[in-house]
Ligand binder design. Structure first.
Ligand code: THU
Length: 129
């Protein structure tokens, strides 16, 4: 398993791949599963703005497509300034698989804050109570 700092470094490493010509706000994400595999994602914007894909959901989709559904930690970083917190939509989508996920919210310089998804998204939507 990578250390938290190493996972943050992986998220920073994918930042240059972000496709963000409209917002100029790049986001990188690195999602580690419980077996130690790491999946990367970046935001992918579109001229039809609502079709934009966030970095966190891009990483999650790559993981699920590879057969991974149990996650240990997610690192997310933006071009800044400050730490990047996942949007509400991404919080809900991540909670589908790992409600207690550890989330590392990082700055481009590698400093980060540690949260759990449960604290970022209390009372998430579920089809059944
Ligand atoms: N974005 C993400 O990639 N993740 C988030 O959690 C919030 C926002 C992206 C979407 C868009 O390309 C840009 O950041 C500005 O909203």
């Amino acid at each position: 398993m990578l250390s938290y700092q190493e996972l943050v470094t992986r998220a920073i490493g994918v930042l240059p791949m972000a496709y963000a010509p409209y917002s100029r706000f790049s986001v990188g994400a690195a999602l580690q599963d419980t077996r130690g595999r790491v999946f990367l994602g970046c935001n992918v914007e579109n001229a039809s703005y609502g079709a934009t894909l966030c970095a966190e959901r891009a990483a999650l989709a790559a993981a699920v497509a590879a057969g991974s559904r149990d996650f240990a930690a997610l690192a997310v970083v933006s071009s800044g300034p400050g730490v990047c917190l996942p949007c509400g939509l991404c919080r809900q989508v991540l909670a589908e698989f790992t409600p207690g996920l550890t989330i590392l919210c990082a700055e481009p310089n590698g400093a980060f804050q540690v949260y759990t998804l449960a604290e970022l998204l209390p009372h998430r939507f579920a089809l059944r109570a």
